[in-house]
Design a protein around this ligand. Structure first.
Ligand SMILES: [Ca+2]
Ligand SMILES: [Ca+2]
Length: 72
């Protein structure tokens, strides 16, 4: 399994409704499912950093944005 396959599997795990974007709500649900707490400040820094990379600032993480974070 390549690193990209891992990223793809993880992205789909987070993207519960399968629309190709991870919302803040989906992110929190996925992290909670892993037993991780996510604060509003964590969310702000993660989503603002992701959106800063592609400049679409839609407050969602696309697969392209996710891959950049994954490989960082
Ligand atoms: Ca989604
Ligand atoms: Ca985005």
């Amino acid at each position: 399994m390549s690193a990209t396959d891992d990223a793809t599997a993880t992205f789909h795990e987070f993207d519960r409704d399968g629309d190709g974007y991870i919302t803040r709500e989906e992110f929190v649900l996925a992290m909670n499912a892993k037993g991780e707490e996510v604060t509003a400040a964590d969310l702000d820094s993660i989503f603002n950093a992701a959106d800063a990379r592609d400049g679409d600032a839609d407050d969602r993480i696309s697969f392209a944005e996710f891959l950049v974070a994954w490989n960082a």
